[in-house]
Design a protein around this ligand. Structure first.
Ligand code: ADP
Ligand code: MG
Length: 391
């Protein structure tokens, strides 16, 4: 049921949004409230678009967020497990699962409280069910399903990668199709994002993910964990030309990546130093690594854009998402590549680059607007490629 007053939807239920087609932003140009309208008080009714609760537990962040269909993030709580994993130099799955179990309820409760809409204002629940570490996925998925069941609202089983892939659309200016570089700790691939649910993988890493290469190199340099931000800070005062490092895959056809050779070259560069690296050496090594990584990313992005165009795709933008999108040098290089093709580089704001639940809620909003929902027995999927043809 949709109730209209002049040209505004003043009340509707979720079923009315199902099957809605076209751009969600246009759908929500109307202001929407839930519940039956009280005729006498139309003008006094609070106008509020429906809110989606997002839950993210696929790796090392326990996160929950509440997002309105008009893209407004009402709350976003991210509890990082970095302190638990850093002594081990990487994410330990069993520790991650237990931490999600300990904190998921509280993180969700906080997100709902901070959103101001309360439980009754939640119109749907979207939880990451894959890909990722199975223990955490089960915790988040079960929490989301239980809440959806208790509230009697739709449940959406979200692909974490789709959360990253659609997150740039939290900015209403990003329209389909676009070329996406998804570069995080566990993933590194170019995808043409044709529409919600339609992804073509053009290429990706054949060994380490970009974020993983940053993390391992940072560890080698004693910069701590997670390595990306620490390495970028160290590189700021370094000389990127001091160490001659390889640019793996650069100049080759296609847009695949390889980072293992670069990692090995870094180890050799450290071993070739006279004794332990000092602060100057570390800064120069970090800067040299970052420059090499950025060169590779720029070279691969040029090819990926060409490949997309050869397939008849006219991307509206070059988009980068995932934790590595936070890196300023990589962003700047990608911006230059995009400009060479007349495309703007679009990236989510920094806080939405690394894992968060606002992007999961947004993927839920996009799917809901297309009339999609998932059954409560939707399984957790540790492996779940966005483009099954390229898996
Ligand atoms: P995952 O889903 O794999 O956990 P995230 O999207 O949370 O990935 O991103 C974390 C990854 O991003 C880590 O590998 C981290 O080192 C990397 N990262 C974060 N910030 C930066 C940065 N400024 N420069 C390079 N890499 C970064
Ligand atoms: Mg993470």
């Amino acid at each position: 049921m949709v109730y209209l007053c002049e040209d505004k939807i003043i009340s509707c239920d979720l079923q009315s949004l199902e099957g809605a087609s076209g751009d969600l932003n246009q759908q929500f140009d109307h202001e929407i409230v839930y519940g039956p309208p009280a005729h006498a008080s139309f003008h006094r009714m609070t106008i509020a678009p429906p809110a989606v609760l997002g839950i993210e537990t696929s790796c090392d962040e326990t996160a929950a967020a509440v997002l309105r269909g008009d893209r407004r993030i009402l709350s976003s709580v991210v509890l990082s497990q970095v302190a638990l994993h850093e002594v081990h130099g990487g994410v330990v799955p069993e520790i991650a699962a237990r931490a999600h179990l300990d904190h998921c309820d509280e993180v969700v409760r906080r997100a709902v409280a901070e959103s101001g809409v309360g439980w009754t204002g939640i119109g749907a629940v979207a939880a990451t069910v894959g890909p990722g570490l199975i223990g955490g996925l089960v915790v988040g998925a079960m929490t989301g399903k239980a809440i959806a069941l208790a509230l009697g609202v739709p449940f959406l089983a979200i692909n974490h990668l789709e959360g990253h892939a659609l997150s740039p659309r939290l900015d209403p200016g990003v329209a389909f199709p676009y070329l996406l570089l998804l570069a995080s700790g566990g993933h590194c691939q170019f995808l043409v994002v044709e529409d919600r649910g339609r992804y073509s993988r053009l290429g990706g890493t054949i060994d380490d993910a970009a974020g993983e290469a940053f993390d391992k190199t940072a560890k080698l340099l004693g910069l701590g964990y997670p390595g990306g931000p620490a390495l970028e800070r160290a590189a700021a005062s370094g000389d990127p030309a001091r160490f001659a490092l390889p640019r793996p895959m650069a100049g080759r056809p296609g847009c695949d990546f390889s980072f293992s050779g670069l990692k090995t070259a870094m180890r050799h560069a450290v071993e070739a130093l006279d004794g332990e690296p000092g602060a100057r050496d570390v800064a120069d090594l970090a800067a040299s690594f970052q420059r090499a990584a950025a060169d590779v990313v720029a070279d691969r992005a040029r090819n990926a854009l060409r490949m997309a165009e050869e397939r008849g795709v006219a991307p509206t933008a070059l988009v980068v998402a995932g934790g590595v999108a936070a890196n300023a040098e990589i962003r700047a290089r990608l911006a230059a590549v995009g400009a060479g093709h007349g495309l703007e580089l679009r990236a989510p704001p920094l806080r939405l680059c690394t894992d968060n639940a606002a992007m999961i809620a947004w993927a839920g909003v996009e799917r809901l607007a297309r009339g999609e929902r998932d059954p409560l027995d939707a399984p957790a999927r540790p492996r779940w490629p966005l483009d099954p043809r390229a898996a």
